[in-house]
Each structure stands twice: as C-alpha cells, then as structure tokens.
Design a protein around this ligand. Structure first.
Ligand code: PMP
Ligand code: GLN
Length: 388
C-alpha cells in the first residue's frame, strides 16, 4: 500500500459491520436502512432488467431519463435549473462523485478545507488526489438544554489560505446531524466568492431534515451556481444503498472535468437501476414527506432511548445518525467503547474519532444510526439500558 493510503486501513463501516455479523449484535453502526425503498421503484428496476434497458454499458454521463429526472428534481425542490445534457453527471453512488470531483479538481499540494468530523472517504480521496486536508472542527454546544454541533465561521475563514483550492462541505452533516443554516451558508458562499474557491457539497441527506431545519443547497446562493458541485444519492434518498446510483449537478466546465476522472474510475455503473431511480425521482412530494416523517419518528425513539440509557445526546437536525457523548456513562474512549459494545450490550455503534484528524476532539463521541425499524431501535435501547 502506498504512503498516500497507508494511514487509512480498513473503513470503520466494514470493521463494525463484520463485528455485528460475528456477534449477532444489532447493527446501528453502518448507515443503511433495514427496510428497502418503494415497491414501485423495485418494480421499475425489474422492468428495466427484463426489457433490456441498461443491461449493457449505459451512456458515460448516465442515461438521459435519469439526467432529466435529476434536473427536474433540483428544479422542483430548490428552483435550480440544470441542463440535463451538460450539467448533470450520474455516478456510482455519491462515493464516486466525491472521488471523481476531488481527482478532477485538485492539483497536488492544493489545500481542501473540510468540516471535521468528516465522512471517512473525504480524507482518503483528498489523499489520493495529492491534496492536503485542512479540517475545521464542528464543536459541541448546548442550546436550550439540547446539544448540537456548530460551525465557527471565523475558524472557517481563518482556515482558507492562498493554497486553498476548494471547500468540501456536507449538509445535512454525517455524523453530527448538523444542518447548516441559511446565515451560515450565505457566509460560506461569500467566502467562496471572495477567495475564488470551488465548492464540492455533499448533500446526500437533503431530504432528511427535521423540526424547523431546512435544507438549502449551497448552489442557490449568489455567485455559487458556477463554482459548486452538488452531490446527491439514490442510496440515501430512496433507501437503495446497494444500487450505487449517485449524481452531481454543476456548471458545464465542472461536469466535464468530473466526467474526465469518472470515465477512468468506473466508466459507467448500475445500468438498469438508473432507469428505476429516474422513476423514483419523479415520485410525488408525499413520498419525500413520508420518508422524512418516518425517519423523524425513528430519531425521536432512538434519541429518547439513548438519553434514558445515560448517554449525552446531540439532537440531529438532519441525516439518520445521532451522535452521543459517552462521558456521562463514565467512559471517555469511543474506540474502546465501540469495540466492547457488541459483546457487552449486543449493539454496534461507530466511534466518531475515526472522522477526525484531531482524534482527541472526537474521542468521547459515538454515532448510532436510526434508519432501522422501530422495533429494532427499541430492542437496541433496551439492551443498552440493561448493559451500559
Ligand atoms: N456522503 C455521505 C455524507 C454519506 O454518509 C454517504 C453514505 N453513507 C455517502 C456520501 C456515500 O453515498 P453512496 O452510498 O451513494 O455512495
Ligand atoms: N455512509 C454510511 C455511513 O456513514 C456508510 C457507507 C459505507 O459503508 N461506506 O454509515
């Protein structure tokens, strides 16, 4: 393994899901739903397979039906207009969108400012592209008796140097559940314009925002449409994480650049599933609101249960993850806690420290996924109450 990748090892998701398998513990580690997405969308995939649509290499940019549907989705939900032919690119999940964007847009030595904790592939992809990551840490705050993680805009401004090429954002944010506010996004947009930065924004949890939180794509802010690559995922939006269908929307020059990298990574992927996702994106608003309400209810079950079990709980405004603090339990090392938890309590969780460069900042935090059936969440909570 080369020096660029040596520090990364096996992803925590593989490690923890393997532990769930061998111990039979309830897996609230890796973020994938235990209920598949809509029946009609599965049927659409079956039809595509049977009718021979997408069984051979689909077009490099993605099938036209899906590119058109992605553009229509951005317009319907956010009022953003993208040309399906020049401003949309289908990828093998958001994961490839992230990789191809960084490989296409970074020169060796370029600095990338990213919110910490960050989704684990960011650090690895920045490294593969020869870039340098500059983390800006989201810090815990208590507001109205409830914990949240917040961005310090002054720290973000201070992190930008003459070598900064791009900002890598994620809102709603995995693992903290933070949703950047309109004011924060406006300030980020101003900074990007002032310092002439590109922005890659991972918005895969765009439809999972709760309470009064609102997801506002960064591309809607003045000066941002032409400098922003926005990433979406059918895995997250329609609960088909195994299909690996994602996409970017961006200005033509950026899409062309990202496509240049993508064509040598996978070239194309997920042919028949692309047609099914095109149908999914056209589902009525009621699908999106029901999905959000279902996940909202699950969040409340898990957050309340974890609080009762003695964890400090940071209430997520978005995503399907809840970050907890284990210090109220008399613990301080999230790694050790998560490695012991399957045997001790029959539950798998993920230590947030893996998402930090500043490991000590993340040490006491542990992430639980709530994209599971309520009965499963309740069982997990009962086990935790009995054993931690
Ligand atoms: N970005 C974030 C923030 C994620 O949480 C995930 C998935 N867990 C991805 C990207 C990857 O998405 P996909 O499965 O579509 O590759
Ligand atoms: N994004 C999911 C999570 O954060 C997992 C994806 C993966 O296993 N790479 O849990």
């Amino acid at each position: 393994l080369n020096r660029r990748l040596a520090e990364f090892g096996t992803t925590i998701f593989a490690e923890m899901s393997a532990l769930a398998q061998t111990t039979g513990a309830i897996n609230l580690g890796q973020g994938f739903p235990d209920t598949d997405g809509p029946e009609a969308v599965r049927e659409a995939a079956v039809r595509a397979l049977r009718d021979g649509r997408g069984n051979q290499y689909p077009p490099g940019p993605g099938v036209p039906e899906l590119r058109t549907a992605v553009a229509a989705h951005q317009h319907r939900h956010y009022g953003l207009s993208y040309d399906p032919d020049t401003e949309v690119l289908v990828t093998a999940g958001a994961t490839e969108a992230i990789a191809a964007s960084l490989l296409a847009l970074l020169e060796p030595g370029d600095e990338v400012v990213a919110l910490e904790p960050y989704y684990d592939s960011y650090a690895a992809c920045i490294a593969m592209a020869g870039g340098t990551r500059v983390p800006v840490t989201l810090r815990p705050h208590t507001e109205g008796g409830e914990g949240t993680f917040r961005l310090d805009l002054d720290e973000l401004r201070a992190a930008v140097t003459d070598r900064t090429r791009l900002l890598l954002l994620n809102t709603p944010h995995n693992p903290t559940g933070t949703v950047l506010t309109r004011e924060e996004l406006a300030a980020i947009a101003e900074l990007a314009v002032e310092r002439d930065l590109l922005v890659v924004t991972d918005e895969v949890y765009e439809h999972l925002v709760f309470d009064t939180a609102e997801h506002i794509p960064l591309a809607t802010f003045p000066g941002m449409r032409e400098r922003t690559v926005t990433i979406g995922s059918a895995g997250k939006t329609f609960s088909f994480t195994g299909w690996k269908v994602g996409w970017i929307t961006a200005a033509p020059a950026l899409v062309t650049a990202v496509r240049s990298a993508k064509q040598y990574l996978t070239y194309v992927a997920s042919g028949p599933f692309q047609y099914a996702v095109a149908e999914a994106l056209a589902l009525p608003d009621s699908y999106f609101s029901a999905y959000r309400e279902d996940m909202h209810a699950k969040r409340d079950v898990l957050a309340k249960g974890l609080r009762e079990a003695g964890f400090g709980v940071y209430r997520p405004a978005g995503t399907y993850f809840v970050t907890t603090d284990i210090r109220p339990l008399g613990e301080s090392d999230g790694f050790a806690f998560c490695r012991a938890l399957p045997e001790r309590a029959g539950v798998v969780a993920v230590p947030n420290a893996v998402f930090y460069d500043h490991r000590e900042e993340g040490a006491p935090f542990v992430r639980f996924a709530f994209c599971k059936r309520v009965s499963v969440l309740e069982e997990a909570v009962d086990r935790l109450k009995a054993s931690v």
